[in-house]
Design a protein. Structure first.
Length: 292
C-alpha cells in the first residue's frame, strides 16, 4: 500500500525508480505506474541484497518502507524489522549509496514496550553506527489501513477506532509525498536526522468524528474495534500466547498514554511546507475513497 504510493510520488518528482521485489511478486501494477527497472531480493537474504544493490546500478537513494510486523504474506516474519533491515543497511553502505530514507515511527525511541515501534528506532541507531547517511521520517498512526477498516463503517455513520487517547496521525499519500521529497529534494545538510511528520495537530475520537461529520455532513458515532471489556480482560490473556497480539496490546496501551505526539511540527513545516489540517486530510480521504 505505502510502497506503491511512494513509487508514484517519486516518479512525479522525476526520479528513475528501481523497485526491489520478491521473485514471486506481481509487477503489473508497478509497471503500469511507469516503473521500468526491477531487482529481485529478500531482506532476510543478505547475499541477494548485495547483488540487488550492486554499485553497477548507480543508485543515489535507497527508500525503505517494508514492515515485517504486519506479516501480509505467507512466510513474512517480524525478523524483517530487525535482521532484515540490518541486512538492508549493510547492503546500502557496502554499495556506497549516499542516502537512505527510512520510514520509522513517531517517538519510537521511547517505545521500548512496543517491539515493532522500538525496532525502528534501533534501525535509526544502526544507520548511525554504520555511518550510512540517512533521513528517518517518523509518522504517527495511519488514517487508512490495509485492509481499510474505516470505509464500510463510515458509510453507515460509524467511525471505528482502535485508540481512545490523543495521538499523531497521517494519511499515507501525505507520507508518500514527504518520503519522495526526502529522497530527491532535501539537501545533504538535512542528512543523519529524524523528522516527525503528521497533521497540524494530534487527534482523538472527538476530533476525528467532528471532522468526518463536517465533511460528510451527517451524524457519525464512534464504535471501538476492540470493546473496552475485551481490551481490559481478554486481550491480555490472548497476548500471553501470541507475540503479535502482545505487540498490538502494548502498542495500544502505550499510545493511549498520550506520548505518541510530534514534539517538533515546526521542523516538518520548514522542510515540507504547510502542515495538512485534520479537516483537509479527512476531506481528501473521503474524496479518494469515493465517499464524497
Amino acid at each position: 500500500m505505502l510502497g506503491s504510493q511512494i513509487v508514484k510520488e517519486l516518479l512525479g518528482q522525476g526520479a528513475e525508480v528501481t523497485a526491489m521485489v520478491r521473485a514471486s511478486s506481481n509487477r503489473d501494477a508497478l509497471s503500469k505506474m511507469g516503473v521500468k527497472n526491477f531487482v529481485v531480493a529478500d531482506m532476510m537474504d543478505a547475499a541477494s541484497l548485495r547483488q540487488a544493490f550492486s554499485p553497477k546500478h548507480g543508485f543515489d537513494v535507497a527508500v525503505a518502507s517494508a514492515a515485517g510486523y504486519t506479516r501480509r504474506k505467507k512466510g513474512d516474519s517480524a525478523a524483517t524489522d530487525t535482521i532484515g533491515y540490518r541486512n538492508l543497511v549493510d547492503a546500502t553502505k557496502e554499495a556506497g549509496i549516499p542516502r537512505f530514507v527510512l520510514i520509522s515511527i513517531l517517538e519510537s525511541d521511547k517505545a521500548r514496550s512496543v517491539p515493532h515501534f522500538y525496532n525502528k528506532f534501533q534501525i535509526e541507531e544502526y544507520l548511525k553506527e554504520k555511518k550510512q547517511p540517512y533521513i528517518a521520517l517518523r509518522p504517527g498512526a495511519f488514517l487508512d489501513q490495509t485492509p481499510d477498516f474505516i470505509i464500510e463503517k463510515i458509510k453507515k455513520g460509524i467511525l471505528p477506532t482502535f485508540l481512545t487517547g490523543t495521538y499523531g496521525i497521517i494519511y499515507t499519500p501525505q507520507l508518500a509525498r514527504y518520503t519522495a521529497l526526502a529522497a530527491v529534494a532535501l539537501p545533504d545538510t538535512e542528512l543523519n536526522t529524524s523528522i516527525d511528520v503528521g497533521w497540524d495537530r494530534p487527534v482523538n475520537e472527538k476530533i476525528l468524528v467532528a471532522a468526518f461529520a463536517s465533511v460528510l455532513k451527517k451524524k457519525i458515532d464512534v464504535k471501538p474495534v476492540i470493546p473496552p471489556f475485551a481490551m481490559k480482560y481478554i486481550l491480555p490473556i490472548i497476548a500471553r500466547f501470541s507475540d503479535n497480539i502482545k505487540d498490538m496490546y502494548e502498542m495500544i496501551k502505550w499510545i493511549d498514554t498520550g506520548v505518541y505526539i510530534s514534539k517538533n511540527p515546526q521542523r516538518q513545516k520548514e522542510l515540507f511546507g504547510k502542515l495538512p489540517t485534520v479537516e483537509e486530510s479527512v476531506a481528501r480521504y473521503c474524496r479518494d475513497k469515493g465517499l464524497i
